[in-house]
Design a protein around this ligand. Structure first.
Ligand code: ATP
Ligand code: MG
Length: 452
């Protein structure tokens, strides 16, 4: 019998279940983590007690998923999901079980789970491991394997297709041959899954330590076509002068080059050149992708919208992509640097530099210093310290001042403010109220008030 050390915080909880005469198991990822000697994440529990019975024996219980037999208990300031043993009978739509039936044994409960490595339970009363499908062997061998007949399991719930890849890249496991073949055959059925569930799995793959492998697996299993067809067009499209053989590989490698704790930057890296195949032109033997920055920003917006990512994230990602093609050189004038800052937004500059670093990594596979960016960063810091104006909000006058000086309320105010900003970005010395009002009056009279 295999005994695993029970996390100390679970002992008093297990005692409450025992007192009530109920079974109690740790299940899911936490068992896997304990067996792999890594720090467990969420501690999910399974029991033969029904939700009302769990509610009766614990003081603080939230009915989080009663329909699925799940409640959340609050215990010593932490939350634990407790699910009554279940079997899931039929899935006629490949999305969710038609009915959820309670089961009486942990073995039955484990048999509804997706992969052998997720089908292991730890008995919290005596620490013994319940492992009916050889999950521990598969952990030892580093294999993701479906419980039972893969195709059948993927038919029940097509999300498992993505989960298999997610676990493989998260844990650095191989996918069992049969399971992989099952994924290939069932790949088109992923289109039945809601965008939100697909998004959550994609997010985890993209933020994993090896997003490139996840993307290659999606490509090689046929899942890319239904999930991210926009990336598929980059397969085989050459990427001149880089280590990556095609646009797809460049994007996959760039994603790896962005910080894993920043979903926005990983998504920006993933999509920054997505329109290159559409924009590909050859000129004098050189490949050109004219306009791919704007077009990639547009396509990214559509992709992320379809996947129901939050609007703020979408806006930020497409903004970074739209501006990723700047080519700083030392001969940029201060005025040019200020215009760049004005276009990009001071608050976005570091993210844009991070995208540039990811892009460089995506070309070379190496993290190397970028002297041009270092220099640009220094110049920006000087300008910020001097409070050089790069937005109309930084001007010494505002719309109210302009109206008081005789410019009529309406579009002329905005146009004049933008003109003043252009003036000040060329010559910061002009950013004083009296001077700007004078320039504004002249601009209005000469250029805007043409009839008058
Ligand atoms: P993580 O550490 O990433 O949270 P996890 O294994 O806990 O990994 P969850 O998605 O939290 O993954 O699911 C918890 C457990 O519930 C899984 O280990 C698995 O046993 C079961 N499970 C979750 N989703 C499914 C599914 N779609 N089909 C079958 N079993 C599932
Ligand atoms: Mg979990």
């Amino acid at each position: 019998m295999v005994i695993v050390r029970i996390p100390a915080e679970l002992r008093p909880i297990a005692a409450v279940f025992a007192q009530g005469g109920y079974q109690c198991f740790l299940v899911g990822g936490a068992v896997r983590d304990l067996l792999m000697n890594t720090q467990p994440g969420d501690l999910d529990l399974a029991t033969d007690a029904t939700p009302p019975q769990v509610t009766a024996i614990f003081r603080r219980v939230i009915p989080t998923g009663i329909a699925h037999g799940t409640v959340t208990i609050l215990f010593q300031g932490k939350q634990y999901e407790v699910t009554t043993f279940r079997t899931e009978t039929t899935y006629s739509d490949g999305r969710r079980p038609d009915s959820v039936a309670f089961a009486s044994t942990i073995d039955e409960d484990l048999s509804r789970r997706d992969f052998t490595i997720n089908g292991i339970a730890l008995d919290l009363h005596d620490g013994h491991v319940v492992d009916p499908f050889g999950g521990r062997d598969d952990i030892q061998r580093c294999v993701v394997r479906a419980i039972g007949e893969p195709e059948e399991r993927f038919r029940e719930d097509a999300l498992r297709l993505l989960r298999a890849i997610r676990f493989a890249v998260k844990l650095d496991f191989a996918i069992d041959k049969n399971t992989l073949a099952g994924i290939r055959r069932a790949a088109p059925t992923i289109s039945r899954i809601s965008a939100e569930r697909v998004r959550d799995e994609l997010t985890r793959m993209i933020q994993s330590p090896d997003p490139r492998r996840a993307l290659r697996l999606l490509r090689d299993t046929g899942l890319l076509t239904p999930v991210l067809p926009e990336l598929e067009t980059g397969i085989g499209v050459p990427q001149d002068g880089t280590a990556a053989p095609d646009v797809f590989e460049h994007l996959a490698l760039s994603t790896e080059g962005a910080p894993s704790d920043r979903l926005d930057l990983r998504l920006a890296a993933l999509l920054h050149d997505v329109a290159k195949p559409d924009c590909l032109q050859e000129q004098d033997g050189v490949l050109q992708f004219h306009g791919h920055d704007d077009r990639s920003a547009e396509i990214s917006e559509a992709v992320l919208r379809r996947l129901r990512y939050p609007n703020r994230l979408i806006a930020h990602v497409s903004h970074l992509i739209r501006h990723h093609m700047f080519h700083y050189t030392s001969d940029w004038t201060d005025s040019a640097v200020r215009r760049f800052l004005s276009r990009v937004g001071v608050e976005n500059v570091e993210d844009l530099f991070a995208l540039r670093a990811a892009d460089r990594y995506g070309k070379t596979g190496r993290r190397t210093a970028d002297p041009a960016i270092e220099e640009l960063r220094v110049r920006i810091a000087e300008m910020t310290a001097r409070r050089d104006a790069v937005s109309v909000a930084h001007l010494a006058v505002n719309g109210t001042d302009l109206m008081a000086a005789g410019i009529p309320r309406g579009p002329a105010v905005g146009t004049t403010l933008r003109f003043l900003l252009e003036t000040v970005m060329d010559d910061p010395g002009q950013n004083h109220q009296a001077q700007l009002l004078e320039i504004a009056r002249r601009f209005y009279e000469d250029r805007l008030n043409v009839e008058g």
